[in-house]
Design a protein around this ligand. Structure first.
Ligand SMILES: [Zn+2]
Length: 268
């Protein structure tokens, strides 16, 4: 999440091409469904935020509901590609999502994605607009989702062009140590980790930052019990396929580790 505004544009595949692998799975997988969250500014054509839901096999206990968010910075296309690939892999092997109900938003900033820009078409960084309140329709749509769905956990995918390695944000010690650290370890087989003591103006250790930005996408303030939040950042200047591979490996690891954590806490 670099602070400097971007001057260069980064384009991913068109929205339709990006989502094509999932669209083709919709009829075939009974676990997967899709929805379009349409929003429209009176002055512009309507846009939509794509949402996919994946219901894994039952895990023996109540489903754990996760929100996975990518592309809130429209030029961080690796995250959007990784979100799509990850879901396609779950459809191919649904047991990977045992016990989880996943809502996945591969493109949280549709105009920024279309334009290849970090900001949306109104020129705002949407990841600083949450719960302030914001006039941006994308943010209103997402806040509404977050309020309605009451996620147990938030996973966000980003890329940082000021970082030469992988890192992430996690607030609670439990998730920093037991979920984000193993995810970074697994992903660092593909891309190096950022070991700097300060990342993005925050103190960091082994690629883990334990703070968050004001206004970033996440639970409504005061939500109890407090959902967990993990943000993964890939080095944006690394080859896109490597960023995608690293993010997908990290997401699988997060699902496994969080499940292990849940079953451990239930056995206490
Ligand atoms: Zn970002």
């Amino acid at each position: 999440m670099p602070l400097a505004p971007h001057s260069s544009l980064v384009h991913g595949p068109g929205l339709e091409a990006l989502l094509a692998p999932l669209e083709s799975l919709l009829g075939a997988s009974r676990h997967l469904s899709a929805h379009k969250l349409v929003y429209r500014n009176p002055l512009t054509e309507p846009h939509f935020l794509p949402r996919f839901r994946f219901l894994g096999p039952e895990g023996g206990d109540a489903y754990h509901r996760l929100g996975i968010f990518a592309g809130i910075h429209g030029d961080e296309v690796a995250g959007s590609l990784a979100a799509v690939r990850f879901l396609a892999e779950l459809a191919a092997q649904p047991t990977l999502a045992r016990g989880y109900e996943i809502f996945l938003y591969p493109v949280c900033n549709p105009t920024g994605y279309a334009d290849g820009t970090r900001h949306n078409r109104a020129g705002l960084d949407l990841n600083r607009e949450f719960w302030r309140p914001s006039a941006q329709l994308e943010v209103k749509v997402m806040e509404n989702e977050i309020r309605q769905l009451q996620f147990d956990g938030f996973l966000s995918l980003h890329a940082d062009d000021t970082s030469d390695g992988l890192y992430g944000f996690a607030l609670g010690t439990t998730h920093a140590v037991n979920v984000l650290a193993p995810a970074l370890r697994a992903a660092s087989r593909i891309l190096p980790r950022n070991h700097r003591r300060r990342i993005d103006n925050f103190p960091a250790r082994n690629g883990i930052v334990r703070q968050r930005y004001f206004g970033m996408l996440g639970p409504a303030p005061g939500t109890r019990p407090k959902p967990f939040e993990v943000v993964l950042e890939t080095p944006a200047l690394a080859p896109i396929p490597a960023q995608v591979d690293a993010s997908v490996v990290a997401l699988h690891t997060i699902l496994e580790q969080h499940r292990a954590l849940l079953s451990f806490s239930q056995n206490l």
